[in-house]
Design a protein around this ligand. Sequence first.
Ligand code: FES
Ligand code: FES
Length: 178
Amino acid sequence: MTDDAPARPTSPTPARLVDVASTVNGRETRHRLDARTLLVHLIREHERLTGTHIGCDTSNCGACTVLLDGEAIKSCTVLAVQADGHEITTVEGLAGPYDGFTAVQEGFRQCHGLQCGYCTPGMVMAATGLLAVNSDPSEQEIRASLEGNICRCTGYQMIVDSVRWAAEHGSDQPNTTG
Ligand code: FES
Ligand code: FES
């Protein structure tokens, strides 16, 4: 090594901290976070809402789907700071008239839309986002809307049937009263 070799950093780049204030399932929250924190980590690690799953590190599986201002998004593709000032709904924020479940959740129960359940919160949130903008989707529209959500164990047909069941029994908006 020569004397004029550039000095190497001895530690990782220090975190830049940001304040993130958002509404999670109807409750106002505030966290000081590393600016690089992903929304899925804000939800799981700081809010302790572990119904939002992580199923990949390639943004492919959709297990991390939540609603951001009512729109279904993959929370591993969004920085937590991007949710500052916005409203997040996770699967824990859903509530409805079917023993406390929404029509979408009940549809999955009625139509056997799950087996291990790992993908289910993401599927339910994606379907909830779809029905919020299209209360009577065709099978094709449901399939297109769930294209970004992978289920490793059940037949997709039963998931599509579950969403159709929800559409036929009245789509419902998430209850985010906390
Ligand atoms: S964990 Fe977000 S898409 Fe897989
Ligand atoms: S029910 Fe097991 S991954 Fe979908």
